[in-house]
Design a protein around this ligand. Sequence first.
Ligand code: OMD
Ligand code: FE2
Length: 474
Amino acid sequence: MPVTDFKTPEKYTYLNGHGSYHESEAIKGALPVGANSPQKPPYGLYAEKLSGTAFTAPRHENLQTWLYRVLPSASHSPFEPFMDYSSEQLQSVLNHIPNQFRWDPFDTDASVDWVRGIKHLAGAGDPTAKRGLGIYLFAAGRDMDSNTAMYSSDGEMLIVAQQGVLDIQTEIGKLLIRPNEIVIIPRGIKYRVTLPEGPVRGYILELYQGHFVLPELGPIGSNCLANPRDFQVPCASFDMDTNTTWSIVNKYNGQLFIAKQNHTPFDVVAWHGRCKSFEHRDQFQDDDHVVRGLRRTAADFCIYQDYPYKYDLGRFSVIGSTSFDHPDPSIYTVLTGPSDHPGTAVADFVVFPPRWLVQEDTFRPPWYHRNTMSEFMGLVSGDYDAKSGAGFRPGGASLHNVMAAHGPDTGTFEKASNMELKPQKIGVGSMAFMFESSLMLGVTEWGLNTCQKVQGSYNKDSWLDLQPQFKPPV
Ligand SMILES: O=C(O)Cc1cc(O)ccc1O
Ligand SMILES: [Fe+2]
């Protein structure tokens, strides 16, 4: 049984499925039939195209959404710097430090809204080159300013709700996101966040390059992990408002800009968008990944989606070892942001849901390890099985960067090496997650000092008490 089974309030309607072409009309007949840009679209709507890939991207990769709206997005005043936030907040110098890091739960802040409540914690690469990723924390206690919408030109955001409820109105439709759910907002999509149940907190992974896709299943076969039908895309829903002044906030190379317009950005009456199924690996002819003269990349194996969508992590169908040994955490990948190299992600989004452990003669927690990938972890709820103490807590985080040695703490080691190996359900009521990246992550000044959450005694509390267990034969 899925762990959560959220009810959908009537206000929200979704289309189900990742990897499908979707279309949606808030008024019947608002989508033109057969054409994208007729001389006069139905009901006097403007046709507007949002491109998720280059116009010339290969057909199997090409992404776009056609919007039919009351006024086109271009109808706004020039953008100006948005002075009402700290320029350090979203783009700051990255410090590359080899240490293991752990943070106490980040503060909630009831005085700020979504726009002002996003803090840059770590990252790699550069949005201007469309390379790399950013990791942010959010904490907000009030609705976004009235008549204000936001969008990011920098990348596609995967938002993990940890505390509180996010009501997100987007150009495509409305989404309700509760703790244990995630939402993906593609580059360029305008949205507005209100808080129906008070303060919120959570984590954001922004992919400066490409799009989140479902991972390959390989020998697992055609089901399990995150099943495509459990991803939900909002149905078209629009407001009629061409008399009020709206502010549009744009995250552009980590800086915020603001423009005004005299109409709501949430005026899309109908849309259709593309989602294409993937090319299969056995079409490859050689190691050089050249098929019919086209160079292929990891991205070509994937299913893309270019509109906002949500997913309940409780629906993740976990695969694990039923014999012995601890498998790699890649079996818990929900979505991946591929690089140009097959199997090596800019960032994977990995979860550790409640699951049974049954392996015999096995040290069941994660092994001690050093990883060429960097591992940023957060906790939505409960406990994480690799850490016995109270150090890794919901709303907190840890970072084990490229080759930073880590693994179970002393308490977990003692317990797991001596326990009777009965079938054991772990993580009940818990959801830990990992943003795992092939890139070396730098930490911002906010993450190192300003937030005041770094645990100075993380190494000592976790690993310095480990004792040699070596007993050579006499
Ligand atoms: O370090 C961690 O806790 C994350 C993790 C979990 C796991 O089961 C295997 C490897 C790994 O990095
Ligand atoms: Fe790890």
